[in-house]
Design a protein around this ligand. Structure first.
Ligand code: DON
Length: 304
């Protein structure tokens, strides 16, 4: 719509104040001024604006989805014995709090330490089998069996993920993780490299918004409780150590990734997919956050 185009034009202005992530070398190739959005309604309507054909990797957005799968695989008691429910106030890849926790359980599933424990809990014998189960779950939500992962980004992260390896070694020493470190990093980097456009992402956001049902097919993808837990983490930890400010300024359960993606779920109303690769200093899409602020203000979307 024209209104949405105007908001994209306005939000795009602040992309110049951000930077594309380059600690995963392959992500450094993104165009910092790209910005796209899709809003998906339960009746199948979708409004889009900006560079909508661009694909991006989910990165940390995948953490919400793997959490949903693992909650279904293992049940919430098992999961929350191994990963906590509290925000950290630390950067997403911080190792600092782990040593202060006894037992050494990561504070929440949205920081890397917690997400690695979640990915560890995905059921299946081989990395390939576990990855396929996660991919199938995502394909089901998007209703597109062509969704796959970007080999280049996965490999680029696998080759450089030494901080994540350090987190896994620490957690393995404390018996929170049992599997081979390289296998888990392989699975985690493939998970983070799952690729789609903002239209696809808005569909996933819609499934969470609609309490785990895909309204277009009527299919229940996950139990109500699982969708509720995931949306709550999106509010408390979805934007890392910017989650508090984001809750005040936007008030939409959202999850960001360092590729510049943001998935939003306006409870009971619609799903949002955004891509804008220029990031602020906390690793969130700078123009993406601006766009959500404008949307939330103009259409009173805050849930609070
Ligand atoms: O583990 C990593 O560093 C990345 N694969 C994902 C981190 C991420 O997306 C944090 N986002 N803001």
């Amino acid at each position: 719509s024209d209104e949405l185009k105007e908001l994209v034009r306005e939000a795009k202005k602040c992309a110049k104040n951000g930077r594309v992530a380059n600690y995963i070398p392959a992500l450094g190739k993104a165009n910092p001024t790209d910005l796209s959005i899709a809003i998906h309604y339960p009746d199948g309507n979708c409004v889009q604006a900006g560079d909508i054909e661009k694909k991006f990797t989910l990165q940390s957005i995948s953490k919400v989805i793997s959490l949903a799968l693992v909650l279904m695989d293992r049940g919430s008691n098992y999961v929350f014995e191994r990963v906590g429910m509290e925000p950290t106030g630390d950067p997403f890849n911080s190792i600092a709090k782990l040593e202060t926790m006894v037992p050494a359980k990561p504070l929440n599933p949205m920081i890397n330490a917690g997400a690695l424990v979640v990915t560890h809990m995905i059921k299946g014998i081989t990395v390939e089998e576990r990855f396929q189960r996660l991919l199938l779950f995502i394909q089901d939500m998007v209703r597109d069996s062509n969704i796959s992962y970007c080999k280049e980004v996965a490999l680029s992260e696998f080759e450089t993920a030494n901080l994540n390896r350090a987190l896994v070694y620490f957690l393995k020493q404390h018996n929170i993780i049992q599997e081979d470190v390289e296998h888990l990093i392989d699975l985690y980097t493939k998970q983070c490299a799952i690729e789609m456009n903002c239209f696809d992402l808005s569909k996933i956001g819609m499934v969470f918004a609609m309490d785990g049902v895909d309204p277009e097919s009527g299919k229940r993808i996950m139990p109500v409780d699982v969708a509720r837990i995931c949306k709550t983490f999106m509010v408390t930890c979805g934007m890392y150590n910017a989650s508090g400010e984001f809750a005040i300024k936007v008030g939409i359960p959202s999850k960001s990734g360092v590729s510049g993606g943001i998935m939003g779920s306006v409870p009971g109303r619609f799903g949002i997919g955004i891509f804008g690769p220029a990031l602020d200093e906390k690793g969130n899409s700078i123009a993406g956050i601006k766009l959500l602020e404008l949307l939330s203000q103009n259409y009173q979307l805050s849930m609070f």
